[in-house]
Structures are given as C-alpha cells and as structure tokens.
Design a protein around this ligand. Structure first.
Ligand code: NAD
Length: 379
C-alpha cells in the first residue's frame, strides 16, 4: 500500500495535500507514504522533514504515478498523469467534478476511484473533513488583510492630537464561512461592518460578531435548501438584494463578496452601475471570482481598477497562505483517509454516507448523480 503525495502542477498552486502530521500518522500505522521531491517546500515542509516523518522521498514522478495506490491531491492530476495511474487506485481532492467533469475523463476510464472533497456531505460526522470550510476560513481572513493593505485609509477609529479618524466601513456580502471570517477579521482591525445574506439564519451570526445585518424583505421566500445552503433566487428577489447592496456600497470603503450557490454561477450582486457610484479609492474583493464573481466588473484571476475602485478577483486565495491552508486541508484529508484505510488496506465501503456522497467515479463509471447531470448538460 503506497500513499503517494505529488508536487502540485497547477499554476500558482503552493499547497500540498498531506503535511508532516498526516504523514506521521499514516506511517505510524504501517502505511507507506512516498512524497515527490519538493512537494511541500512552499508549505514549509522540506524533503528532509518528510523523511523524518517516515516518508520516502522520490524524484521519479512517473514511477510514483504507476505504483501509487492512493493519491491525496489538492487539484485533480492533469490528464497526462491520470493516464499513468493503475486501475483501482484512488485520487481524492478538490476535483471540481461539477465545474469541470471532463477533466476527470481519463481517470474515470482507467477505473480510478475518485473522491471529491467538494462533495463530502456537510453532516456532523464529516465536519472534520470539511475542506471547503477550511479554505473559506483562510480566504475570508486573507481578503480583509489584503484589502486593508491596499486601502489608503486606516481601519480603526483613532483619536489623536491631530484629530479623530473615523473607522473604515466594510460591507460583506454572503455570510457563510468565508463571510463570517471576513467580518470577524475586519472587526478585529477596528472597522465598522455591515453584512447581507439571503439566509435569515445568517443574521444572528452576523450580529453576534458585532456587525450590522442588512435586512431585505423577500416576502417570506424560501431561500435555503435542506442542506443549509442558499438556493438560486428569482431575478426579482436578486434585484431587491442588489438595491440594498448598492445603497450600502456607496458609503463603504471595502466590499468583500462571498456569495455562492453550489453548482451554479455565483449570483450577480454588484452591477457595474453600483461600482460607478462607489468612492474612488475604495475596494471590492470578490471571493466568488472562481465561480464567475458577484460583481459585474470582476475579472477572475485579475486585479483591475474600474472608475477608481480596485476590484480584486483572486483565482485561488487560499494558496496565498500555503502553510496554514495546507495544514487544515491535510487534516481534512487525513480524516477522510481514515475512512478508506481503516485496516491499513484500501477498503471502499459505499454504504458509508460520506464515502457514497463524495465518490465521483468507481470501477470505470461515474457514480454521482450530480456529476452525471453536469456531464449530460454539457453533452
Ligand atoms: P457558500 O460558499 O455556498 O456561500 C456563501 C454565502 O453566500 C452563504 O451564506 C449563502 O447563503 C450566501 N448567498 C448565496 N446567494 C446569495 C445571494 N443571492 N445574496 C446574498 N447571499 C447569498 O456557503 P458556505 O459558506 O460554504 O456555507 C453555507 C451554509 O452551510 C451555512 O449555513 C454554513 O453555516 C453551513 N455550513 C455547514 C457546515 C456543516 O454542517 N458541517 C459546514 C460549513 C458550512
């Protein structure tokens, strides 16, 4: 049994799938771990550190691909790598099966079992495997830090001999995991914070962090699905939100947007006209950029200036904090690995709700209904 940790190949990826603690835990149970040379360098783990943790380090990627049994990854291996995997091996990570299912074709056809960390059900037993929340926590924090760094103003209220400086005003759109972390971070830096979310339950959480919740009357509309996620809204309901947001954005120094609806394009919450009404020098930080963005002028993967407003559209913000992003992700992955490596051997029990929910493909077939639907919609 070989758990193989490869160096990530995606551009600008700095994270590694398994950090030292996870490797120690696996090798301590007698499970072999081989790490591709320099896989952990940007996350603070050298080849020598991995060796001390009990792993073998290899420079032979081809051999690792052909002999590995389990591949914990951050991003799906590229098709060329997938073509070298052996039948019955396992790849697990952020595989983006709903956004880009075709990118997994080669692995599916080769009979590789695929698990998506995005599809791990959000049930209590799986909380320790919730990698989306881990990355959202990192991103929510980092968004505020970057915005504060670029704002030509101070965040806190300051009373000085030269006069009083009012606190910065931060508006957070979407108060899920990333939004709540952004609110907490902006509050700690002394900003005055307002937030909006379609889920009424988010209101209490926003207030408990000392921020104001923007109430929008959606006429009793059901906005939440049974999994606790936001539903896609009607154009009318979205427009009501946009009006309230545009009003608050006019006086905001920083707007952090995080609103997403799983499996859909991110809702459009800030039209270009609302950006034009904002003060020059203010900032929009669009954390939904990878899903198309919450702001009309966001360019995913770029930072632009529009009518004097700096608009950030980061493609992979968690990768800008590789040490802690990798540490959290690795813990999530190793908790998942315990489900399939319970006995030290690979056992895939598809009657387990977490395994069934996150399994994308097994024995040459796509087995997840949402992924099947995504593939059908593209055919
Ligand atoms: P997400 O990343 O899918 O979305 C971020 C936020 O955007 C959500 O709060 C959502 O309500 C909001 N949103 C979507 N469309 C919107 C719109 N048109 N206008 C305003 N806001 C909009 O969500 P997330 O952060 O991953 O979490 C969503 C929910 O899941 C929360 O209730 C969270 O507490 C819950 N959750 C549960 C668990 C668990 O039980 N293990 C773990 C993490 C999150």
């Amino acid at each position: 049994m070989i758990v193989a940790v490869l160096k990530e190949t995606k551009q600008d990826e700095t994270r590694v799938a398994l950090t030292l603690d996870a490797v120690k835990a696996l090798t301590g149970k007698g499970i072999g771990v081989t790490v591709e040379s320099s896989a952990g360098v940007q996350s603070g783990a050298s080849d020598a550190d991995y060796e001390l943790a009990g792993a073998k380090v290899s420079t032979n990627r081809e051999e690792l691909l052909a002999t590995g049994d389990v591949f914990p990854v951050v991003n799906a291996l590229p098709p060329d790598d997938q073509a070298k995997l052996k039948r019955g091996s396992v790849m697990i990570g952020f595989l983006r099966p709903l956004d880009d299912p075709e990118a997994l074709d080669v692995a599916v056809k080769r009979g590789v079992t695929l698990f998506s960390m995005e599809l791990v059900p959000r049930i209590t037993r799986a909380q320790s495997m919730d990698a989306l929340s881990s990355m959202a926590t990192v991103a929510g924090y980092k968004a505020v830090i970057v915005a504060a760094d670029h704002l030509p103003k101070l965040f806190p209220l300051l009373m000085t001999a030269a006069g009083t400086i009012p606190p910065a005003k931060v508006l957070v759109l979407g108060a899920g995991v990333a939004g709540l972390q952004a609110i907490a971070t902006a509050r700690r830096l002394g900003a005055v914070v307002e937030a909006y979310d379609v889920r009424a339950a988010a209101g209490e959480q926003v207030k408990s962090l000392g921020a104001k919740f923007i109430e929008v009357d959606l006429g009793g509309l059901q906005t939440e699905d049974k999994g606790g996620y936001a539903k896609e809204l009607s154009p009318e309901a979205l427009e009501l939100g946009r009006q309230a947001i545009a009003k608050a954005a006019k006086t905001a120094d920083v707007v952090i947007t995080t609103a997403q609806v799983p499996g859909r394009r991110a809702p459009l919450m800030i039209p270009a006209a609302a950006v034009e009404e904002m003060r020059p020098g203010s900032i929009i930080f669009d954390l939904a950029a990878p899903a198309g963005g919450n702001c009309e002028v966001t360019k995913p993967g770029e930072t632009i200036v529009y009518h004097g407003v700096i608009v950030f559209g980061p493609a992979n913000l968690a990768a800008e904090m590789p040490v802690h992003a990798s540490m959290l992700y690795s813990r999530n992955l190793s908790n998942f690995l315990q489900l399939i490596l319970k006995t030290g051997e690979l056992v895939i029990d598809r009657s387990d709700e977490i395994i069934a929910g996150s399994c994308v493909a097994h024995e040459g077939q796509v087995v997840n209904e949402r992924v099947m639907a995504a593939l059908k919609a593209r055919a």
